[in-house]
Design a protein around this ligand. Structure first.
Ligand code: ATP
Length: 199
């Protein structure tokens, strides 16, 4: 079985493109959502986060105290690094277990930080969704009802999109000029061929 990853900068359209693959019957692991879930549900990870950030890391109802975490980690790259060193392997292990339980010709793992987190190393092929910077900013401002500055500051924290595109096995151009469905279907066929070649 082939294990592919799909990534792209904020607002590039990863989730939109994933909907097409999901409609084609491909199982998708949404790593960012799953990470949030694991951070409150997986006992070892919860214990590790409490050890790093203190008991105030969680609110009385058991949910993550995001304000406390961002306040502590803000301007402390070492602490943020330690948090990532706990979360990334936990999501990696969970993703592996998920992959092993699938029966499709290939699987997709969607993550905003596939390259930054290092999880690309465990994937056979990477799809990068890309869109012009201005379009991404406008789409996220409209979707999240946030300011241009807020979007730009999130974009600055990510690997430059050109670098992701240069490293990709497949690129989906979400600039409104090319059909997303046709592009996704073309990649789908190639991944199926690859999976069949493996058998
Ligand atoms: P994030 O990293 O923030 O999760 P994303 O890469 O998953 O973003 P999407 O949520 O798929 O991006 O797209 C961002 C916004 O742009 C959404 O509101 C989506 O509906 C819209 N959008 C994406 N692609 C298109 C398109 N081709 N035409 C019109 N709107 C689009």
């Amino acid at each position: 079985m082939i294990h592919a990853g799909i990534t792209g900068g904020i607002g590039s359209g990863k989730t939109t493109v994933c909907r097409i693959f999901a409609a084609l019957g491909i199982p998708i692991y949404y790593a960012d959502e799953r990470a949030k879930w694991l951070m409150v549900k997986q006992p070892e990870l919860v214990a590790g986060i409490k050890a790093l950030f203190g008991p105030a890391a969680y609110l009385p109802d058991g949910s993550l105290n995001r304000a406390h975490l961002s306040q502590q980690a803000f301007g402390d790259p070492a602490l943020l690094g330690k948090l990532n060193a706990l979360v990334h392997p936990a999501v990696g292990q969970d993703g592996l277990e998920w992959q092993n339980a699938q029966t499709a010709p290939y699987t997709l793992k969607e993550a905003a930080l596939l390259y930054e987190s290092g999880s690309y190393r465990f994937l056979d092929k990477i799809i990068v969704v890309t869109a012009p910077l201005e379009l991404r900013i406008e789409r996220v401002m409209a979707r999240d009802k946030v300011t241009r500055e807020a979007v730009e500051s999130r974009i600055k924290q990510q690997m430059p999109e050109e670098e992701k595109v240069a490293r990709a096995d497949f690129v989906v151009y979400n600039d409104g000029t090319q059909s997303l469905i046709q592009q996704a279907y073309g990649i789908h066929r190639k991944l199926i061929d690859l999976a069949q070649g493996e058998q």
